[in-house]
Design a protein around this ligand. Structure first.
Ligand code: CP
Length: 310
């Protein structure tokens, strides 16, 4: 059987995403039924960049399925610090684990890794490029909140240049009917051209760009806030100038629809005021929780475990 990897948010078909969402909801509802699905299976989490949610939810997912997890949370504690290549690391870890999730600061590193991996390989974030398992988490959240993945107006706000969660979700949502996007950012942090030309314009997706959160918020079904990605800036003074451009607070939310859903991949810095957490429209901690169930579903799928054998 050919080994399946997940590098790009569109490596899974729309039908496969639908199946994963269904399975994730079953996993949440009846966790005991699946608690030995991955007995004797090992997940390796190789994190060359900081993470709280992605790494720990992957490890939690594997433990909840009866498997175990090995790995590192800091590239400096791996032989990468001695100059080992990504290819050699992955070839080696393929001998120790049944499935691998890797986060790396270099865009494209996931392709290099998947190319040599002998076990299913998952891109847990490659630089400012893609973050497909965050996208699956986001799709599960949107589906459970709205009971659909089509006919939505989605606003992305903040760092749309470096935000890999934005790039991934735009690409994935562009496959659904009657989706329109409003991209709200300072001119320095606009969405990359390749997404506009090769994804949105090619598929005739409606979108426009704006610098004002206040003027766009009344139109939105979903507001996807993002952190300005300090670690991708070359110049600290640019980061300081741009980091607090948008701060969502209760006052701005008075302009929004009653059934708006506020999402954020987290971590947040200042871009959502803590007073918003108690607003019923805030969905970002629910989103973090769903990350475990969708990653459980993904592990089951990529390991080729038949659900009825769980
Ligand atoms: N959303 C996300 O990727 O969070 P972490 O960086 O904490 O993994």
């Amino acid at each position: 059987m050919k080994v399946r990897h997940l590098i790009d948010p569109c490596d899974l078909t729309v039908k496969e995403v639908e199946e994963l969402i269904k399975l994730a909801n079953l996993l949440e509802k009846s966790p005991d039924k699946y608690n030995s699905c991955c007995q004797n299976k090992i997940l390796a989490t190789l994190f060359f960049e900081p993470s709280t949610r992605t790494r720990l939810s992957f490890e939690s997912a594997m433990h909840r399925l009866g498997g175990s997890a090995i790995g590192f949370a800091d590239g400096n504690s791996s032989s990468g610090a001695k100059g080992e290549s990504i290819s050699d690391t992955i070839r080696t870890v393929s001998c120790y684990a049944d499935i691998i999730a890797m986060r790396h600061p270099k865009e494209g590193s996931a392709y290099v890794a998947a190319d040599v991996s002998e076990v299913p390989f998952i891109n847990a974030g490659d630089g400012g490029h893609y973050h497909p398992t965050q996208t699956l988490t986001d799709l599960l959240t949107i589906y459970n909140l709205k009971n659909k993945l089509d006919n939505l107006v989605i606003g992305f706000c903040g760092d749309l240049k470096f935000g890999r969660t934005v790039h991934s979700l735009v690409k994935a949502m562009a496959r659904y009917k009657n989706i329109s996007f409003i991209f709200i950012s300072p001119p320095e942090l606009i969405i990359p051209d390749y997404l506009k030309k090769e994804v949105l314009e090619k598929s005739n997706i409606k979108y426009y760009e704006s610098t004002s959160l206040e003027s766009e918020i009344p139109k939105l079904d979903i507001l996807y806030m993002t952190r300005v990605q300090k670690e991708r800036f070359f110049n600290e003074s640019d980061y300081i100038r741009l980091k607090d451009t948008y701060i969502l607070d209760s006052e701005k939310l008075t302009l929004a629809k009653g059934d708006l859903s506020i999402m954020h991949p987290l971590p947040r810095v200042n871009e959502i005021s803590p007073e918003v957490d108690s607003d019923p429209r805030a969905a970002y901690f629910m989103q973090a929780r769903y990350g475990v169930y969708i990653r459980m579903a993904l592990i089951i799928k990529l390991l080729g475990i038949k659900e009825d054998l769980c």
